[in-house]
Design a protein around this ligand. Structure first.
Ligand SMILES: [Zn+2]
Length: 131
């Protein structure tokens, strides 16, 4: 038997979950406590499509503290299939292969870092979809 709690947490980690404002319908990823548009605090979790395309990216050769082991860190703006734009790291891609408009999908990647403050060293990143 797999304990229900662990199963739920595992499932949550593999999903791309954002939040949706109950008042104005704005969607955010990563989740945030307050709606930027209408200041409402009534936000509910929504599952987002895992696929999208790369709109823009930046390569950080000297990323902020906490991300240095991931240098060079490639941060992308990804437009998901529902039109929502998210800001997330890219993985499994060489700088030279990056193309605006390339199809990407969300994957779970272990972060090569010691577990700190009880934070699970996994993160959702996006990688190119191999055709
Ligand atoms: Zn709102």
């Amino acid at each position: 038997m797999y304990p229900a709690r662990i199963w739920r947490e595992k499932k949550a980690r593999y999903r791309l979950v954002g939040v949706k404002c109950k008042k104005c319908g704005a969607i955010y990823y990563p989740p945030r406590p307050v709606c930027e548009k209408c200041r409402s605090r009534e936000l509910e979790e929504v599952e987002l499509p895992r696929r999208g395309k790369l709109i823009s990216y930046a390569i950080l050769h000297d990323p902020p503290i906490g991300y240095r082991d991931q240098a060079p860190l490639i941060i992308g703006i990804i437009e998901l299939e529902n039109g929502i734009r998210v800001f997330a790291p890219l993985t499994d891609v060489d700088e030279k292969d990056l193309k605006i408009g390339m199809e990407v999908e969300a994957v779970l990647r272990r972060i090569n870092r010691k577990e700190e403050y009880g934070v699970i060293p996994y993160a959702l990143k996006f990688r190119p979809i191999m055709i």
